[in-house]
Design a protein around this ligand. Structure first.
Ligand code: GLP
Length: 243
């Protein structure tokens, strides 16, 4: 009997492989059956099998090792979708060692959107700090954060590679974040982002933009973070508000 599905064959094969990964039959680091083996197993063309494998790779579930085959990828790093939890804290919750590589610390003049978000006048000074964030030494995100200069003068003196910025704000400047607004949207890596995040140009990324405030409503941070789509999954929990 013909199966009751109108999904393309390559999607069905991909889903069967996803099922084998999620059930644990194929574990991280294991080789996925080769194109030749899959052709024999599913009795389809090599093109179809290749499409299924490419889809797995694009979704971050598998990695191609040139000349060697396709392997099951490590599971994505899960992060709670809570804009007030710092990167350091997110990693600590998962038992992952956080790291940072500073690409830029700059004082610049506020303009346009940055001035609006941080409640600054055009031309007022702000810090721009760009860091590649790593988890267990693997690049996970490219963060570009802006802070009003007057709130955290001299922040560049601190070790921004080893210390959490949210901690520095709290411990050195007495600034506690109390509220934040965050948005998420998909994008793809340009050449620079691809290089620092160690992905291919055009690879999927998630852009998180946030503005964080103190309890009295002073804007403290405006950030644009680019997370690797193949390595990150955001998790959130919803509750029906009580009447
Ligand atoms: C998250 C936020 C960033 C913030 C960072 C601080 O990644 N998206 O906007 O700058 O945390 O992290 P840490 O305190 O580890 O430096």
């Amino acid at each position: 009997m013909r199966p009751a599905t109108s999904l393309p064959i390559y999607v069905q094969i991909r889903d069967a492989l996803i099922e084998r990964i999620q059930s644990g039959e194929l574990k991280p680091g294991m080789r996925i059956p080769s194109e030749r083996e899959l052709v024999a197993e599913y009795r389809v063309s090599r093109m179809t099998v290749r499409q299924a494998l490419t889809d797995l790779v694009n979704r971050g579930l598998a990695e191609r090792i040139r000349g060697n085959g396709t392997y099951v990828a490590e599971p994505k790093v899960e992060q709670v979708l809570n804009p007030l939890v710092s990167f350091t804290e997110q990693m600590a919750r998962r038992g992952i060692v956080p790291g940072a590589r500073v690409l830029e610390t700059q004082v610049m003049a506020a303009h346009g959107r940055l001035a609006d978000a941080l409640g600054l006048r055009i031309g007022e000074r702000l810090y721009r700090i760009v860091r590649v964030r790593t988890g267990n030494n693997l690049p996970l995100a490219l963060e570009t954060s802006h802070f009003p200069y007057e709130l955290c003068r001299g922040i560049e003196r601190f070790d921004l590679e080893r210390r959490s910025i949210y901690r520095i704000l709290d411990e050195e400047y007495g600034i506690r974040l109390a509220r934040a607004i965050e948005s998420i949207e998909p994008t793809v890596a340009n050449e620079f982002e691809a290089e620092v995040l160690d992905v291919s140009v055009g690879a999927p990324l998630l852009l998180l933009e946030r503005t964080a405030y103190t309890s009295t409503g002073t804007p403290v941070e405006f950030a644009k973070d680019l997370y690797r789509g193949d390595r990150t999954r955001f998790v959130t929990e919803g509750r029906i508000p009580s009447p």
